[in-house]
Design a protein around this ligand. Structure first.
Ligand SMILES: [Zn+2]
Length: 491
């Protein structure tokens, strides 16, 4: 994510010049607490293996185990694919649909939770059989007719309807989730707003594939992640768009942004599918968005390794969100024309944030520090300020600048998108580059992206890889830059 706020400090003023003030949020959980309700030593009878497991079974945890976001996500299962069949009517703001969630149990389950905010749930089935369900806050608790065995695949279908309500006024996060607009909706869900439009395991540590079938009034366009499947069909004045993202995706990156759009589709110079869409108010920006997104994606592919997904692009809607979000394959720009720096930022996230997703939100610098550093690399690539110059300008902030009192390696739940996570995170990478040299540094970026492609990552994993590739002990450097609440003096 990147926010486009007025610059207020020396540090943000520089970013303002670049057209971006970093702000991004994500949460992740280690999942360590999710399993383990069955003792490893549980006796298993050869003649009746199920009964032993079921004696130990219980409900899945109501949170996936992120210490800073304890009720986000859920324990006891792993989602493989969401099939979302949704209908939205902008005039009444009514959304109705069925979510089919295909998952695998990671413990014996007598019940489990899904995250869902608002709506009336009409029916829940598990493997086709009606299941009991209860609502409490944003937790939807499902009790299947028979327990789910550990390791078993199962499918939950939830039929629901109502008026989606975005999350508002959350600490330092602004408005996010499903946001109704004049002509449709702007849907950006970081860190935990997917629950405002579909039930699921709303935490980046449980990534899944997605199929979308979205029906809207004819004349409007519904945009989701991945690629369009077939041709949109219109019957009785309503058009259905089918999209498929066939690579694992964190829930906060899913979108169903819809409204009036002008589009340009084709391929990048490097041959990758490219789709740009803009609200008619921004039609003058369509070509720039299309061309720049293609050029940036191709360049990052040479620097970070092969593009992880099947298409690239970007969407400018007229909702004045004041931020952009790196929705997988389709970054969303909320109410402003993005310059090439912010496009470079959101597309770098396709590698760092989307393909490699954090397990815990406190490691958010792995997304935002990398995307901010990518802005500097793009600036240098374009013949403007070099990464070294941008590093030095940022590092010249006074010792009492707030950026130094916030340790970016531990993003705080109450201030997730702090400028330090972005800018000091980016400076951390430059300090590392200075220490280990360009060949090792850029090899590290490529190996990091390749080794954890489509997976989840943590800061200790990154530090370990940096030490392995460089052959150096880097603890002091990372301690000073990521974990110490004062200005690093040496690197
Ligand atoms: Zn970002």
């Amino acid at each position: 994510m990147a926010s486009k706020r007025p610059a207020t400090t020396a540090t943000t003023a520089l970013l303002g010049v670049l057209g971006i003030v970093g702000t991004v949020a994500c949460s992740a959980s280690s999942g360590e607490s999710a399993a383990g309700t069955t003792p490893a030593s549980a006796p298993v009878s050869v003649s009746a293996p199920i009964s032993a497991a079921e004696r130990e079974s219980g409900p899945g945890a109501p949170g996936i185990g992120d210490p800073d976001f304890p009720t986000d996500g859920n324990g006891g299962y792993d989602v493989g694919r969401y099939r979302l069949r949704l209908d939205y009517e902008p005039s009444s703001r009514h959304l109705s649909g069925t979510a089919r969630i295909e998952a695998r149990a990671t413990q014996p389950l007598t019940g489990f939770n899904l995250d869902l905010s608002g709506f009336t749930v009409r029916r829940v089935t598990v493997d086709g059989r009606p299941a009991r369900f209860d609502r409490s806050g944003t937790e939807l608790t499902v009790t299947p007719a028979t327990p789910v065995r550990n390791g078993a695949s199962f499918a939950v279908e939830v039929t629901y309807a109502g008026e989606p309500k975005p999350v508002r006024g959350s600490s330092n996060l602004g408005t996010y989730g499903f946001i109704p607009t004049r002509d449709g909706a702007f849907v950006t869900c970081q860190p935990n707003g997917a629950k405002t439009w579909f039930p699921g395991n709303d935490h980046p540590s449980d990534k899944a594939r997605y199929d979308f079938s979205i029906t809207v009034p004819a004349g409007l366009t519904a945009l989701a992640n991945g690629e369009l499947v077939g041709t949109p069909r219109t019957t009785n004045g309503r058009t259905t768009f089918q999209w498929r993202e066939n690579h694992p995706m964190a829930s906060y990156l899913a979108t169903m942004t819809l409204g009036r759009f002008e589009m340009r589709q084709g391929r990048t110079p490097g041959g990758l599918k490219n789709l740009a869409a803009v609200d008619p108010k921004y039609r003058g920006e369509l070509q720039h968005l299309y061309d720049t997104s293609g050029r940036v994606t191709d360049h990052w592919s040479t620097l970070f390794g092969p593009y992880p997904f099947s298409s690239t692009g970007g969407v400018v809607d007229d909702f004045p969100a004041g931020y952009a979000l790196e929705n997988q394959t389709k970054p969303m720009y909320g109410g402003f024309a993005p310059d090439d720096s912010i496009i470079a930022h959101e597309l770098a996230h396709q590698w760092f944030g989307d393909s490699l997703s954090i397990k815990r939100w406190r490691d958010l610098w792995l997304n935002e520090g990398f995307a901010t550093y990518a802005e500097w690399l793009w600036s240098e690539h374009e013949g403007r300020a070099t990464a070294e110059q941008l590093f030095r300008r940022n590092h010249s902030a006074a010792a009492d600048d707030p950026i130094w009192s916030y340790a970016p390696g531990r993003a705080r739940a109450d201030d997730l998108f702090n400028n330090s996570v972005y800018t000091r995170g980016g400076m951390t990478l430059h300090a590392l580059r200075q220490r280990i040299g360009d060949p090792a540094f850029f090899r590290l970026l490529r190996e990091w992206a390749a080794e954890h492609r489509y997976g989840n990552v943590t800061t200790p994993q990154f530090i370990a890889l940096a030490e392995r590739i460089s052959g150096r002990d880097l603890d002091a450097l990372f301690d000073a830059w990521l974990f110490t609440p004062r200005k690093p003096t040496a690197w």
